[in-house]
Design a protein around this ligand. Sequence first.
Ligand SMILES: [Fe+2]
Length: 193
Amino acid sequence: MLSTTLLDKLNHQINLEVSAAHTYLQMSAWLLSQSLDNTALFFREHAFEEQQHMLRLFDYINETGAVASIEQIDKPAMNYDSLISLLEQACNEEDKLTGHINQLVDTALHEKDYSTFQFLQWYVARQHEEEHLFNSLLHKARIINTLEGRALFRFDEEVRKAAFRHPHQDHHDRHEYHDRHRIPLHREHHQHD
Ligand SMILES: [Fe+2]
């Protein structure tokens, strides 16, 4: 059975996840208005993920015999100064979610509620992934925002092309290499014989 403190905090987390879902969906509308269609799709899908996070909490609370409670959600911002500003706000949103999940984990541990502690581990792992994902997008957007950064991205693209050539070409090159150096192909599989 959940303590009143934990129940309040879990219900508040429901609110935060829904709020994040609304924010990301609203961000996708602004991104569409800027013709950033792929980024808009990313945020639209992420809004759906936050909705799933909310439902997971909703189900857990109800499974304990308590009643999940949905609070009023503030209207998200509609306009952004730039893509970078939008991404900064998305990173802040994720930071906020992580902070609250960590507080929940602290409370569950303090109260020796090991079931809730275990349940929350999934959120701890998700927040690690999400913070990395959003921070890396912001980092890339900041790099690409400069002339030198665009040149570096162009170079990075060239490395990608070089590293992931057509597989048949790789196969051919490998045979050519082995022919040139007179190494029978099958021998490399028995190097430790
Ligand atoms: Fe979430």
